[in-house]
Design a protein around this ligand. Sequence first.
Ligand code: GTP
Ligand code: MG
Length: 419
Amino acid sequence: NSLSISPTTAIQSPLQIFVRAKKRINDIYGEVEQYVSDSCKFLSALPKDSDLITNEELVVVNSHVEKVKGIREVLSRDHMKVAFFGRTSNGKSTVINSMLRERILPSGIGHTTNCFIQVEKSENDESYLISEDSMERKNVKSVSQLAHSLCTGSLGDSALVRVYWPTDKCPLLRDDVVLVDSPGIDVSPNLDSWIDRHCLDADVFVLVANSESTLMLTEKNFFFKVSARLSKPNVFVLNNRWDASASEPEYLEEVRRQHMLRTVDFLVDELKVCGTRSEAEQRVFFVSAKEVLQARTNEFKGLPLNTGIVTDGFHGRYFEFQDFERKFEECISKSAVRTKFDQHTKRGKAVVGDARNVMEVLLERTSAKRAAKSQSRREVLDHLDFTEKQLQLVTVEMKDKICKMVEEVEHKVSKALND
Ligand code: GTP
Ligand code: MG
């Protein structure tokens, strides 16, 4: 029953782990920015001749203002990136379209995708593309127009075209996922430059394999190169075109077992990106991207998922695709939080630590100055005390002397009078 299949959007997406973490770290950085700017204002307002703060310390705190601003900019652009690879015509572009629930990328028989295409969210609800050779925005209204723009460009196969797409139909884009399509790895000699330019910041890799054949050496070699550059990349393997198995049901289980065995061997023993065989089995799926795309296009139009003849096993393959999406979302969101925000957290801590050190030194110097001042005040008071006592003594002595002098004078006067 097609109605029993609920779209993944109905369930809370694991992508929210990343979305919430991004919001939280943005809020914290807002506070850090406020703290650093308040510190700067306070330190700059100190009297220049006070000896409380050195020039170097002022420079340290001032430099943090720019640093924090830069980090906030990077943070606002941080996203989760997934890159799709595989031999030509295995269905990479169709898989991406299925995940986006819309036919955005050109796909078809023969060699279709001829450069890297990165699909990301458009902030203004318009669809447009920007290619590396010109910074000009080109409006894109349809897939055929996009295909035409890509063909007419003189871009090499390592070049990148960014497609900005509205998020209303694509929850993945809304939640900051960026999807990168690539040309077939069997048609290019530039694999090293591909890895340098497009793979180093990817959070997840999806190998789109063809379940009608088997994992090929070109596919394996490409991933050996990737894992030599990145420690333990997250790799998912989609055995696509699994609808073909419906025409040979007697071999279905056997073929599935064979693909699973070889793929798990590849992930665990050869590539060493999974620790155990059961962990690797959770990364391998048997799907039909073409069917999923068709079903989702129907769903969007309000039609039943499957309007034509239902190929045997369709629902199982559809569920398996949804299962892939869920595990993929969980993996990409946790991995992106770790790789992207871990660095920002460390930098944020260092900035706040530096500013705090300067403030603490300032506090110590201020206390020392205050102690020195109260010491000298006490000395002055003691001195005054002493002077007062001296004065008292002097006054008493003078009084005695004057009395004596008066007495003497009186005596002399009375004697003179008598004489
Ligand atoms: P390049 O861009 O040339 O490297 O190919 P690609 O890997 O992007 O393949 P693409 O998505 O263009 O698909 C190639 C052809 O295979 C298209 O005609 C698709 O409709 C078809 N196709 C994709 N997925 C499936 C599938 O699961 N089953 C079947 N039967 N056909 C599929
Ligand atoms: Mg393609």
